[in-house]
Write a protein that binds this ligand. Structure first.
Ligand code: APR
Length: 245
């Protein structure tokens, strides 16, 4: 089945992305053999308990990743730019829901964008909830500029055991979309891994664009496999033909 025969250009598109879409820009994924969780334990660096017990280890982990994100050699790749272009020409509207905390989708041109796992470029006070843009490295002796608490500044990133952001908006978009695309995610982490079922239950056509079959591959109407810079750009080209018919 070619799912593009089953949709039309007035259908809204929802796109879920994961670390795989940023891999060809040079950022590591999590569960590939060379991934982040092969070098760090989640319970040491990505839980509220870890932050309470050893804040400088957690802050140091994200300081390194923030420095990688801010490296002048790091750029959005063709897949990010393809999604930015899609948003520009698709009549039905496009929403990108990313699990990634890097800024490559915005830099690739996506504007209608939800960072459901937060953003590395933003800092949050664990006490007053104040969001602060653009702080550099965080240390546990820093003071919140809003409430003056010390040791409460953390990356605005959703840790394991915390609720992802803007879930109501995401679920509503999944209920209304005609096409759900999943790009560069292994299907290991919920609720993101369940979005395909949510979309399909509401009648959307669903496609997985990934380097290899994810854990949820069987839930999709169609799967296309290869590097995102090739398969995402190719799929978006096909959507462009559909949009101009
Ligand atoms: N092009 C497309 N897909 C790729 C590429 C590539 N060049 N390289 C790797 N992939 C695929 C891998 O095959 C894998 O299926 O990207 C996926 C990355 O999976 P993970 O490393 O598990 O990353 P992700 O799915 O984003 O993790 C979800 O888990 O640890 C938490 O909060 C973290 O947001 C993250 C969440």
């Amino acid at each position: 089945m070619n799912i593009l025969d089953q949709i039309n250009s007035s259908d809204p598109i929802v796109i879920l992305t994961g670390a795989g879409i940023s891999k060809e820009s040079g950022l590591a994924t999590f569960r590939d053999p060379d991934g982040i969780w092969a070098r760090h334990k989640i319970e040491d660096v990505a839980t509220p308990q870890a932050f309470a017990q050893n804040p400088d280890a957690v802050l140091g982990f994200y300081n390194v990743r923030r420095a990688q994100m801010n490296d002048s050699d790091l750029h959005p790749n063709a897949a990010h730019h393809a999604l930015g272009a899609l948003e520009g020409f698709w009549p039905g509207g496009v929403l990108v829901v990313t699990q990634n905390i890097d800024d490559l989708h915005a830099r690739g041109g996506s504007k209608n964008l939800i960072h459901m796992h937060g953003e590395l470029a933003k800092t949050r006070c664990n006490d007053c909830g104040q969001l602060i843009d653009g702080l550099g490295d965080l240390t546990s002796d820093m003071t919140c500029p809003n409430c003056q608490a010390t040791g409460t500044l953390r990356p605005h990133v959703v840790w394991f055991g915390e609720m992802p952001l803007q879930m109501d908006t995401i679920l509503s978009a999944l209920a209304d979309c005609g096409l759900f695309m999943s790009i560069g995610t292994s299907g290991n982490v919920y609720p993101a891994a369940g979005f395909v079922q949510e979309a399909r239950a509401h009648g959307a056509m669903t496609v997985e664009l990934n380097l290899e079959e994810s854990l949820g591959a069987n839930s999709f109407h169609e799967g296309r496999y290869g590097p995102a810079t090739e398969i995402v750009t190719g799929f978006v080209e096909e959507l462009k033909v559909l949009a101009t018919e």
